[in-house]
Ligand binder design. Structure first.
Ligand code: ADP
Ligand code: MG
Length: 395
């Protein structure tokens, strides 16, 4: 018999019914968005949520917005919750298009400007007398790539577009300094509506682990001691980062190891193994979020960089040789190589999201070149990981 009752409930995407130790934050959100139920259209609210990775930002917003949606529906209000993932949509057009698509509008890939799409969104809301809450999750990625003007377009949209009070927004970021990218008016407004999520302490993590373990495993497959070990390892009051995602991933890995070994239950040793594995692949996890949404060719380009760095056993490689390696890889996989300009764009993305380092260097009479490096490793693991992603994308 499997030790898992429901393995999915330990996955990062899983939305649990309860969020222990985030009750106050949920209450704050409810007070900030009370008007959406009590008096929709009376104002257009904007809120900033800040907290390190794994402090529950995404889950908090999903839980809150899902509850809000059902209350609104009960009251007969037309309310839409839109969750925009800024890892996935890295341009202004991409984000605006995603908003329209989530509302059920059909938008062509080309031919319309961001402004035109936004106009269509607003008309749609006006005509249906609808109100919406848009969550810009991991907004710092959008800021880095799309720039200040795009931020201005998004944040001041409620004014530019017929003073629409139908748009309510939440900006989610890991970085407190993000407040500096907003225009002064928005900045001073958001300063009054910030919710900061603190990293979890060991005892908070223990509660979270207890809850999630009870969903995931059969009762006799684990015991309290395992959970305590993980909580103590990851708690911010001990030596950890207070990252609930780490804690849950360790538990999941421990479960997987036990299952693979055919053990009937998880042992302390399984947890220790999971902690070690996890520790080694920390960097990979950091970039996991970015790469999950990378296109096939962005991944192929990254894979060429990794392979070349390994082949040459060098700390950096030139863009030109990377492109050669990339074309070789495309050949192997039967893919048509993308243009030089497109590859440059991928390099820029990968660099801005911290997956690679890319610096332009003057080579004298040889002109300019881009030098690419990967400041973490080991690359052997990274290559395996990216190869799996490529395989998945091609399925
Ligand atoms: P962030 O968006 O801040 O990186 P997530 O919302 O993705 O964090 O949370 C990471 C993982 O931890 C998810 O699996 C989530 O379900 C879980 N988690 C975070 N906070 C809690 C909590 N208070 N109770 C239960 N699970 C939580
Ligand atoms: Mg998140």
């Amino acid at each position: 018999q499997s030790i898992f009752k429901n393995r999915e409930s330990l996955m990062p995407e899983y939305i649990p019914e309860a969020l222990p130790h985030r009750e106050n934050e949920l209450k704050l959100l409810a007070s900030y968005f009370r008007h959406l139920i009590a008096n929709p259209g009376s104002m257009s609210q904007r809120v900033l949520i800040v907290g390190r990775v794994g402090t529950g930002k995404t889950t908090l917003m999903r839980t809150f917005a899902t509850n809000l949606t059902s209350i609104a529906r009960e009251k007969g209000l037309s309310f839409d919750y839109i969750h925009v993932n800024c890892y996935k949509n890295r341009s202004l057009f991409g984000i605006v298009r995603d908003i329209a698509l989530q509302l059920g509008l059909s938008v062509p890939h080309r031919g319309l400007s961001s402004k035109e799409i936004m106009d269509a969104v607003i008309s749609f809301l006006d005509e249906g007398d609808r109100y919406t809450l848009i969550v810009f999750d991991d907004f710092h990625y959008f800021v880095n790539i799309a720039g200040k003007e795009a931020v201005y377009f998004i944040t001041r949209a409620y004014e530019a577009f017929h003073e629409s009070k139908r748009l309510n927004m939440v900006f989610v970021s890991t970085d407190t300094n993000i407040i500096g990218v907003f225009d002064p008016v928005t900045e001073s407004y958001l300063n009054r509506y910030i919710i900061k999520l603190q990293p979890y302490t060991s005892s908070q993590l223990l509660d979270i682990l207890r809850y999630r373990a009870s969903l995931a495993f059969h009762e006799d497959a684990y015991d309290e001691k395992l959970l305590e070990l993980i909580a103590e390892y990851e708690g911010v009051d001990r030596s950890g980062e207070g990252n609930a995602r780490h804690a849950l991933t360790i538990l999941l890995t421990a479960g997987d190891i036990a299952e693979k070994e055919g053990a009937g239950r998880i042992s302390i040793e399984h947890v220790r193994k999971a902690i070690t594995i996890h520790d080694r692949s920390k960097e990979i996890e950091r970039i996991n979020d970015v790469l999950r949404y990378s296109s096939l060719h962005e991944l192929l380009l990254l894979l060429s960089i990794i392979r070349l760095l390994r082949k040459k056993n060098d700390k950096e490689v030139e863009m030109g040789e990377v492109e050669d390696e990339y074309r070789l890889l495309c050949n192997i996989h039967g893919e048509i190589p993308r243009s030089h300009t497109q590859l440059y764009e991928y390099t820029r993305n990968l660099s801005k999201t911290g997956v690679i380092n890319a610096v332009t260097k003057n080579m004298g009479n040889r002109g300019r070149t881009t030098l690419i490096s990967i400041p973490y490793g080991p690359l052997e693991e990274l290559e395996k990981y990216v190869t799996t992603l490529v395989t998945k994308k091609r399925e």
